[in-house]
Design a protein around this ligand. Structure first.
Ligand code: PFF
Length: 442
């Protein structure tokens, strides 16, 4: 039976797309990217791109999903009658395979840390949380491969259960809890000696720190956190019922994402300064700094464990959207094939993820272009495939789709936002994305 899956309610759609957006991008990637690219300057560029580029693009992807109502390697043809444009969907699908490949590495680290902390608690260990050496954990090939295997397995099982049943209910309390925990960490972090320097680093934009590379990374970060350009959001919107509210959903997702990213920055940077770390630690930043903060808290082990579980939940709601895109495209929305497709796609992702994980151990020395294999996978997805996918969709929407049709799906236009949005997507955003690409290659 070829039946398009549907969310039970429009809340289901918002929760799932917010779940896809908020994940490792805001909490793990944002602080490390900001640390490498100048702190406050990066935050500023990220905010500008997220609000002026990310938000209109998210509205665009939701509109396309709502109009096309099918899987994304077909939707472009359905909307334009041009089969070759499905290549935009395939670009997204390729991006998602690679993205899931390196995403699961970090998901695996979270699982290993959960296991370690739980062990400390069960054995009444007096060791500090920071006694678990980050390098020893991620430098262990078998352990990390096992961790990411468990992460992929968890994602697969949830996706096999189908869109409605999965996570809708859990995210209603897991997400608010995560906010509360982040705020607790921020408060603790800000109270540390020397925190002010770190706060200044992340909040004060120093214009001399803006580099062309930083601009590209900030744009990539906006795409990454909002799950743009992979067509993942188009997929979720294609599952939504007619009453879905595109603009309200998009604005709230963008706002939550900014909030979580900023909170992550405020949690990490003061602690970096207080404990004498370098902001340029790279992908391990969060995992090195956070245990130190929790070590300063009463019941630190227990709080850290709860935080890690919430963090894992946020990562899983994102990885689910990655696998869901594959399931949607390869089952062509035929739900009877959901299980085998989820299984094969997960196995493929597992294979792709192995070189990414080994970039932190035995393949550490393999460095080219953007850095390690892991860095290159991230760069290829966030800075090339995602922007390319979004560019393709802007061209389809701006040049090929009928303005009145778009307006109908855009929904109620009380604030007269349709025209500015339409012109932004038609003229401005493609030029911005192309320009940033060109400058990068010069
Ligand atoms: N937005 C997710 C995060 O920030 O963790 C990552 C992501 C999920 C990107 C799904 C793309 C996607 F299709």
């Amino acid at each position: 039976m070829h039946k398009q899956s549907q969310w039970k309610s429009s809340t289901g759609f918002i929760l799932a797309s917010a779940g896809s957006a908020i994940g490792l991008g805001a909490m793990w990637k944002f602080p490390y990217m900001a640390g490498v690219n100048g702190g406050g300057a990066f935050l500023l560029m990220f905010l500008v791109f997220t609000i002026f580029v990310g938000l209109p693009l998210l509205i665009m992807e939701f509109t396309v999903g709502k109009m096309g109502k099918t899987y994304t390697t077909k939707i472009y043809e359905k909307l334009t009658q041009k089969k070759w444009l499905n290549i935009i969907g395939w670009n997204g699908n390729l991006a998602v395979f690679i993205l899931f490949g390196f995403y699961s590495v970090i998901g695996g680290w979270i699982i290993i840390y959960i296991f370690n902390v739980a062990l400390q608690i069960i054995t009444f260990s007096n060791d500090t949380l920071s006694a678990v050496q980050f390098e020893a954990v991620i430098g262990n090939p078998w352990l990390t491969i096992a961790g990411q295997g468990v992460f992929i397995l968890l994602t697969m099982v949830i996706v096999m259960m189908g869109v409605e049943k999965g996570l809708e209910k859990a995210s209603k309390f897991m997400m608010p809890l995560l906010f509360i925990f982040l705020i607790i960490i921020v408060i603790k972090s800000l109270s540390l000696d020397g925190a002010y320097e770190g706060l200044k680093y992340i909040l004060q934009p120093r214009l001399e720190d803006i580099t062309m590379e930083g601009v590209l990374f900030a744009l990539g970060q906006s795409f990454f956190t909002l799950s743009l350009g992979t067509t993942g959001m188009i997929t979720y919107a294609s599952y939504a019922s007619k009453e879905m509210t595109i603009k309200t959903s998009a604005v709230s997702i963008v706002a939550m994402n900014i909030l979580v990213s900023v909170l992550a920055g405020l949690a990490i940077f003061p602690a970096i300064a207080a404990f004498g770390y370098k902001p340029t630690e790279g992908p391990g930043l969060l995992f090195k700094v956070l245990p130190k903060v929790f070590d300063q808290m009463a019941m630190g082990q227990e709080f850290y464990l709860i935080f890690l579980i919430l963090f894992l939940f946020a990562a899983l709601t994102s990885s689910i959207s990655l696998l869901e895109l594959n399931v949607s495209n390869f089952t062509k929305n035929d739900n009877s094939k959901r299980k085998p497709v989820a299984l094969y796609a997960s196995l493929l992702v597992f294979v792709i993820s192995i070189p990414a994980t080994l970039s932190f151990s035995i393949l550490k020395g393999v460095q080219f272009a953007a850095g390690t294999i892991f860095d290159n996978m991230d760069f290829l997805v966030s800075n090339i495939l995602m922007p390319l996918g979004a560019l393709g969709t802007t061209l389809v929407v701006g040049q090929l789709l009928n303005k009145d049709d778009l307006k109908t799906h855009f929904g109620n236009d009380k604030f007269k936002l349709f025209m500015p949005w339409y012109y932004l997507v038609k003229f401005v955003l493609p030029v911005v994305i192309i320009l940033i690409f060109i400058v990068q290659f010069i």
